[in-house]
Design a binder for this molecule. Structure first.
Ligand SMILES: [Fe+2]
Ligand SMILES: [Fe+2]
Length: 151
């Protein structure tokens, strides 16, 4: 595992669970590339990581808006960068060395976003005693497949 899923726990259950899937997706793609399974990695990137990233970011923004989070606009701007980084930094699966370099940069950026910016809204929701964290996480239906790849 390149990222330990325990690293992304902010204490807001719904998004902790989504961040875990995001991390498992990245770990699985990374592992497939390392093992030379590029076609599988590409499929998981296109049908998994891109799709899940988009839905996760939208979900966060929707919840922040609904619960009146005061830093919504700057968080949305950070999500624009998040999207760009995910799209740009994982796409080159052919050359392992450059993949590792690009992916490592992306992983650092993503972890920092989750641990700092996402932690702020998690604290806001908890402090205000809002029920958002008890809602259901988004589902992609590939959680089992990820576990299979990562075992
Ligand atoms: Fe997030
Ligand atoms: Fe976020």
């Amino acid at each position: 595992m390149v990222i330990d899923p325990r690293e992304v726990i902010n204490g807001c259950d719904v998004f902790d669970r989504e961040h875990e899937v995001l991390v498992l997706l990245i770990n699985a793609i990374y592992k497939l590339v390392k093992e030379g399974r590029r076609e599988e990695a590409k499929k998981l990137l296109e049908e998994g990581l891109y799709e899940y990233t988009e839905r996760h970011l939208k979900h966060e923004e929707e919840v922040m808006e609904r619960f009146g989070y005061p830093h919504l606009e700057s968080h949305k701007r950070a999500h624009q960068t998040f999207r760009k980084i995910v799209y740009e930094n994982f796409k080159n699966l052919e050359d392992e060395k450059s993949f590792v370099e690009n992916a490592s940069f992306a992983i650092g950026w993503i972890l920092s976003h989750i641990k700092k910016s996402d932690k702020r809204y998690a604290q806001y929701l908890k402090e205000k005693n809002l029920k958002a964290c008890e809602e259901s996480p988004i589902k992609l239906g590939i959680e089992e497949k990820l576990k299979e790849i990562l075992k």
